[in-house]
Design a protein. Structure first.
Ligand code: PA5
Length: 432
């Protein structure tokens, strides 16, 4: 993975960046020396290097048992207990996996909304398919996944009987606390622990992410290998010039201080849609505090060039772009010859679709830079487990640095409680 920011230097010069390097470097040290705010939630820093072979084996064994008995695995969770797994699975899987019955199990998701129609439709599918459930909640008390789990648990018990249902349900939760932990103990579900010192949005490399990713058939070892490599690279490079996480966090910070309050994370690869969703949650919940923070938005190009593209080019000047660039495609799709050339596309015939996609990206970057939108690129050679692992660790570290530069606690989310309190009061929950 590499970061390039030449197309942002018209807005913030290299001299200005170097002039403020100490700020980014100090924030990095605050994270790695674990002496800043929220330092009881810094377990993710060393976590990838500490995952043992036994940890991996138990995740892989549970995942393959689930996969063997299931057409569908339903991952029940919200926020950090869901987005990391989905980001990796959707990036790696066949774009039309549910249409390919040989590629089972299909991973479906629940507990991230309270849409009654969604749950109905999911139950409709589960009536007809063999399935397992992975219920994930660190607190074990979040309403959305708890409600979905109550419904799906009952469906599972009715379909398979109590004893067999218990072999189809796995819980991922806190070591000791919360309703889900109590329920899992009572029912005897296989249970994986989310470490105390890892918060939800930093938990993708714990069983929260690893179990669903392994159930989908992907190599969690390679994912973790990528994270370990990035960890080493960052820890070995305490200075701005060599540390891409300090560079990225510092550029964002300088652009923010110039009034660019919105970061548009984009990609020309639709498989990264959910990776961008994961990024939005990571940065949004970590930075958006004390009336500070960059608003993280996302877009997939070319799709959104034909909707948001106009705004990016000519709307209010308040944003910069970070493009997740994938250098190589895995497959080739030939552009067929056409003697008549009615569509006028013969000039493209000897180029690859991937090359054309990259030229679209180049043209877009030039246009947006002309429109005054600084452009940063985070580049990976291809989408695979290793590079996704690198990206995950890179963004986690960048986010911690960024939060410390903004002088907020990047590891809490007090604002999320406000809607819950109102909802409980409106619902008449005892005690509210
Ligand atoms: O990042 C976070 O901490 C949150 O987004 C949580 O992951 C989310 O609120 C779900 O919480 P829980 O796992 O306790 O159900």
């Amino acid at each position: 993975m590499k970061i390039t920011f030449n197309d942002a230097l018209f807005a913030v010069s290299m001299d200005e960046l170097r002039g403020h390097a100490a700020l980014g470097e100090a924030a990095f040290q605050t994270a790695v020396q674990k002496n800043g705010r929220g330092n009881d939630f810094l377990g993710w820093i060393d976590l990838p290097a500490e995952i043992s072979d036994d940890d991996m084996k138990s995740v892989e064994a549970c995942a393959s048992a689930m996969a063997a008995q299931s057409d569908v695995v339903v991952v029940i969770g919200i926020g950090g207990s869901y987005l990391g797994a989905r980001a990796v699975i959707e990036a790696l899987q066949h774009s039309f996996r549910p249409m390919l019955p040989q590629q089972k199990p299909t991973i479906l998701y629940a507990g991230n909304s309270m849409s009654e129609d969604y749950l109905h439709d999911l139950l409709d599918v589960l009536d007809k398919k063999d399935y397992s459930l992975v219920v994930i909640s660190k607190s074990g008390t979040t309403t959305e996944p708890a409600l979905a789990f109550r419904i799906l648990k009952q469906h599972c018990e009715q379909k398979y009987g109590l004893d067999n249902a218990r072999k189809r349900i796995v819980a991922v939760t806190d070591r000791a606390r919360g309703a889900l932990k109590t329920l899992a103990t009572e029912e005897g579900y296989p249970t994986f622990v989310i470490p105390d010192d890892v918060g939800g949005r930093y938990s993708v490399l714990t069983p929260v992410g690893l179990l669903p990713i392994a159930a989908a058939g992907f190599s969690v070892r390679k994912l973790v290998e990528g994270a370990v490599a990035m960890r080493q690279r960052l820890l070995d490079a305490p200075h701005f010039d060599d540390n891409p996480a300090i560079q990225y966090a510092l550029i964002r910070y300088m652009l923010y201080n110039q009034g660019l309050k919105l970061e548009m994370m984009t990609s020309f690869e639709p498989k990264l849609f959910y990776f961008i969703e994961w990024f939005k949650q990571l940065f949004g919940e970590s930075e958006g505090k004390d009336h500070k923070g960059i608003f993280p938005a996302g877009a997939i190009f070319s799709t959104d060039l034909h909707s948001l593209g106009q705004y990016i080019q000519e709307g209010t000047r308040q944003l910069f772009e970070t493009v997740l660039t994938v250098e190589n495609a895995h497959y080739k799709v030939a552009i067929p010859a056409d003697e008549k050339n009615t569509d006028g596309l013969n000039y493209l015939q000897h180029r690859s679709i991937n090359e054309i996609n990259h030229i679209a990206q180049q043209g877009t970057c030039m246009a947006h830079v002309d429109g005054g939108v600084p452009n940063i690129q985070v580049v990976i050679p291809e989408i695979n487990e290793f590079y996704l692992g690198e990206l995950i660790y890179f963004f986690e570290m960048s986010c911690a640095i960024s939060g410390y530069m903004l002088e907020v606690n990047p590891f809490d989310q007090p604002g999320v409680e406000a809607y819950k309190r109102n909802m409980f009061k409106l619902l008449g929950k005892p005690g509210f």
